[in-house]
Write a protein that binds this ligand. Structure first.
Ligand code: AMP
Ligand code: MG
Length: 410
């Protein structure tokens, strides 16, 4: 039988995104601002007030009227305006007022002269009006945020600066998407849970489930951890059913390849609609995607590097799309200072280290052995070096595509 061609990585990702498009997660909830960091805006947020909500001084200084702006002028200081106090005070003609940063400026104010630019003697303020401009050092109402305008749209992630803006608007609650529920389990007779003695001399620790859990947390998902399931068709089928009943997405690690103990495919043929893919990517060739009932299913390969990369490059986009998150491409091109081993036929996601060379130029270097079981090459990486499918070995000095890790990995 002829070997089926490998599926292009971009085609796999597009198919996943197409499925996400037709699936909405309408559930949203109102959360207190203190709990809203990294949550995703579920409906447009309008500004209820202007910021600033009144014209105010940007400096500690002196407020003047337009007709007093002349070269070398001296004006009596008729009073003071403080932040948080009334700005509508008695202001006789031909005088100035002392004013503090954030204090309201009177209606007929022309400009504020900063105190470093004036001379004070005998309750009089002298300044050179030569370069004074209209509105100088006055922060105008609504110039930061205008009332009734959309400040954040659906799908935006609430970062610290954005939450700071909401706080400046006086909002203490925000409508965000409810966390997606994601059920995960690892398959493999060889797996021991972390924190316990290894089951046998042939056992290994279940690092994938731990790693996937961490990335899901970083993406704002609620994790339902179903543990380790033995390489047994019935157990895997039952656990998949249970997972699909509990979650929006089911993620498994291991068992999606063509080995004699790879039961995930058989289990899914009985209970779901699944595509098993051999993707033209390295690492991470075997990958499964589909649905079990209403839940999405993603089957990651067992090799730890492959599992992490397929999660990052294929499952993470699914989760971001379900949250309607805007994700501009972070890829750019620069020189590698390392030789990179590559064979033609699959897109490579090598682990790289982005840094500056002696001349201050941004460059990338390899982090070493790129085997799909060599997790140590991930430890000091801060980016992927993405090498196109048709590319051969890369010499030091050649240009390559680089994609810095996002906060899901850092
Ligand atoms: P599989 O995809 O099940 O054929 O597994 C491929 C390789 O990944 C094997 O060497 C497994 O022992 C290893 N592996 C499978 N599951 C895990 C896991 N949860 N954590 C770490 N390594 C794993
Ligand atoms: Mg296995």
């Amino acid at each position: 039988m002829a070997k089926a061609p490998l599926l292009e990585f971009s085609a796999a990702r597009d198919q996943i995104l197409q499925h996400a498009k037709h699936h909405t997660i309408p559930n949203s909830e109102s959360v207190n601002l203190h709990l809203a960091l990294n949550r995703i805006v579920a409906k447009p947020i309008m500004s209820p007030i202007n910021v600033p909500s009144f014209d105010n001084s940007a400096m500690d200084g002196y407020v003047i009227r337009e007709k007093d702006v002349k070269e070398n002028t001296t004006l009596p200081i008729a009073g003071s305006i403080f932040a948080g106090h009334n700005g509508d005070i008695q202001w006789p003609k031909n005088t100035c007022l002392r004013i503090m940063t954030g204090a309201p400026v009177p209606n007929d104010a022309y400009a504020v002269i900063m105190q470093e630019d004036v001379k004070i003697a005998d309750q009089q303020m002298s300044f050179d009006g030569h370069n004074v401009k209209a509105g100088q050092n006055i922060r105008r109402i609504g110039e930061n945020i205008t009332i009734n305008t959309e400040i954040f749209s659906t799908g935006e992630k609430l970062t610290i600066p954005k939450l700071s803006t909401l706080a400046a608007l006086g909002l203490n609650e925000v409508c965000v998407f409810k966390a997606l529920k994601v059920a995960i389990f690892s398959t493999g007779d060889e797996l021991t849970p972390i924190g316990e003695p290894l089951l046998s001399a042939n056992s290994i620790y279940d690092s994938n489930r731990y790693t996937i859990n961490l990335m899901l947390n970083a993406l704002g998902c609620e994790v339902i951890d179903l543990g380790i399931i033995k390489d047994d068709l019935l157990s895997i089928t039952q656990t998949l059913k249970q997972a699909a009943d509990l979650a929006d997405i089911v993620i498994t690690s291991g068992g999606v390849s063509v080995g004699d103990a790879d039961y995930t495919k058989k289990a899914l043929e009985q209970i779901g609609e699944i595509n098993f893919w051999k993707i033209a990517m390295k690492p991470g060739k075997p990958f499964a995607f589909g649905k079990i009932g209403h839940a999405f299913f993603c089957g990651l390969p067992g090799n730890p590097v492959s599992s992490l990369i397929t999660f990052y490059q294929l499952v993470r986009p699914l989760i971001l799309a379900l949250y309607q998150q805007h994700t501009p491409s972070q890829q750019f091109t620069l020189k590698t200072i390392s030789h990179l081993k590559k064979s033609i036929g699959r897109i490579d996601f090598q682990r790289g280290y982005l840094h500056r060379d002696h001349d201050g130029q941004l460059v990338v270097s390899s982090t070493g052995d790129q085997g799909s079981h060599i997790t140590s090459s991930f430890n000091h990486a801060n980016c992927f070096i993405i090498l196109e499918k048709d590319r051969d070995n890369v010499k030091a000095g050649e240009y390559v595509t680089v994609e810095p890790f996002d906060s899901c990995l850092l």
